[in-house]
Design a binder for this molecule. Sequence first.
Ligand code: ATP
Ligand code: MG
Ligand code: MG
Length: 549
Amino acid sequence: TEERALNFIEEIVEKDLETGKHNGRVHTRFPPEPNGYLHIGHAKSICLNFGLAQRYNGKTNLRFDDTNPVTEDTEYVESIKEDVRWLGFEWANELYASDYFDLLYAFALNLIKQGLAYVDDSSPEEIAAQKGTPTEPGTPNQYRSRSIEENVQLFEDMKAGKYPDGAKVLRAKVDLASPNMHLRDPLMYRIRHAHHHRTGDKWCIYPMYDFAHGQSDAIEEITHSICTLEFIPHRALYDWFIEKLEVFPSHQYEFARLNLTYTVMSKRKLLQLVNEGHVEGWDDPRMPTISGLRRRGYTPASIREFCERIGVAKRENLIDVGLLEFCIREDLNKTAWRRMAVLDPIKLVITNYPEGQTETLHGENNPEVEGGEGGRDIPFSNEIYIEREDFMEVPPKKFFRLGVGLMVRLKHAYIVKCESFVKDADGNVTEVHCTYIPESKSGNDTSGINVKGTIHWVSVPGAKTAEVRLYDRLFKSENPAAEEGDFKDDLNPNSLQIINAYVEPDLAAAIPGKGYQFIRKGYFTLDKLSTDEKLVFNRTVTLKDGWVK
Ligand code: ATP
Ligand code: MG
Ligand code: MG
């Protein structure tokens, strides 16, 4: 991937390196708010921020943007660290915006003392009304002209807990007539008597995003502060605080957030799906979260490749989830171990194979790798399971599987010829009867018979049962977030199908986190709920794009 053209952020960085800005230093940060689990959109931001540092010999901080005590939790902090590491990145420093509360408070006092911030007693509604509209300037209220001494005292009293929630706010005194609404005396601090997951009850005033974020960047001497497009109008304020406080001149750059078809990406909506039980949890394999994708069987390499392929856009767009699926297929085709599993079984009896006899066949783990990465033993006997769809009573032309008179190869085993079948009283086929060609054993075939089809199978003696979870899109519509009304009305009621399958015995030793290709059926991985008593597999993705709109 060294060959690809530079993205626009890399171009900016290279220009900065050329001109010697920041003495050739590149320092980025990934700043999640610990109020939910990371999703594939965050992966985009992670790959961008950490990728820049890797490429230009720089550093990336992991900074928790934990300035909102009400929605944040240490459970989220831990999951975020796990997910970033799993994606393959290591941060230079683990930092918390809450560690800067003392410094931020000092910065706020500094602005007050410069006459650039004031305590306002207005209600949120009054403040909104006084802000004006994009075409009409705002109007100053009586609090805007408070003296510096009074503002210092009131702000100290706010900190000391003298006022209830919402009684007062600290505002920056910027410009009530600015065409940029974000500059019309934005809030810097609000009162919140709430317990914080790190600072406990030390604070009852908390800085707003716009004040905390840029100052945190400056404290850490971040050179390139990358965020998503909706922050473009915030940039003027970001710069204003830095200028007035004369702190390190971090600069904000914006790129388009990742949107993916058939899912939602807002943490607020994902939390609703979890809390209302539409999914099993944040790591439900249907969720677009990193933990969900991991449980589903996605690999870090496939997610990084996806982020690389979508590039860094300057305009909002909607990426086809098919591209993500393409990336995992490509990766698993190279790395997954091949196994046999029958998802919709029907019994096949080999009438000329001695009853009670078994033999052990061999199959390589991975035909994509020279040497096959080892292999496994596969039991064979006179009774096996095959897929119901691999037999037809009245096969059409060019059906290269089973029907009376047709021959097929059993993968890693023999050629069989279908002789007859058995039906029950309801007319359902219950057994397929075949003869096998003893000289046709795979790897040692002297039969001279050529058959077109090969099917997978599992020997009845030795077969393990497994619960297999087949997933479909979580939502029925491409962009459930776009429509009016409740996005949950678009949930796909058939997004999870649980079936019982027979799998070859080696899968009892399946390795957690490893990808397996169930031959002809897709890529699967062991689920976290799997036990020795009950195997559970998730289908990561089908072998081919079978999605019909
Ligand atoms: P949400 O709207 O889901 O709550 P957020 O932007 O508030 O998302 P943060 O925890 O603040 O979530 O995000 C951390 C970083 O990840 C931010 O820099 C943010 O810009 C980036 N990010 C979040 N969502 C996406 C996305 N869909 N695509 C790219 N980057 C994203
Ligand atoms: Mg955010
Ligand atoms: Mg958010």
